[in-house]
Design a protein. Sequence first.
Length: 202
Amino acid sequence: MGRTRPTAGWLRPDMPVIEDKRAQAARIAGATELRDIQIFRISAELIKQPEHGQSLRYEISTDLAATRIDDEMVLAVEETTNLAMWQAPESSDGAGADSGEDESTTGGRTEIASIAVVMGTLYSVAGDDFDYGEDELQAFAETTAQFAMYPFLRQQVHDLTSRLGLPALVLPMLKISLEPEEVTRVHDQRDEGTPPTTNARS
C-alpha cells in the first residue's frame, strides 16, 4: 500500500501556516479539557477483490467542524473521514492500464474498498465567557482536536481493512495538510514583511 510521504529532512513549505494555525488554537487549547471521544458512524465496503501482484494504494480526506454550546460551556468537534483504496496497474510501456472493464474501474484505476468514519470529541471550557472566534474554533478543530481523534481513527482503519480481508492498513503519523493557496499566501506575506494570516476552512 502506498502513499507519498516527505523524505527525511525535507522542509515542508506549509509549516509556517501550520504554526499559525496552532497559534490561533492556543487560547482555546489552554482553556479546554477533553471529556469524551465517541464514534458516531462506521461504514466499510469491499467493492472488488484486489488483483494479486498489484500494489494497493489509498487516499484519505477529512472534514472537521467545531460547534460551541454556550449554555454548557462545552465545545464539540466532529470529524468525518473518508478513505478509498484502489489499484492502478501499469502497462508494459509505463502508462496506466486501459480503462473500464466494469463499474468498479474509474479514471484508469480500480476501486477496491471504501471506509467512512464519523467521530467526535467533547471538551469542557474553563471560564465564564465563551468569546472565541470562528477562526479560533476551526484552528482548534484542525490541530488539537484532530490529533486527539487520530489514534482512534487509525485503529478503526486497521480493524476494518483487516475485516474486509485486505492487508491491515496502518495509517502513518498525522501531518496536517493545507491548501496550496494558503501556503502561497503566507509565504507572500512573509516576503512582504506583513503578519501571516490564514483562512478557516469548513
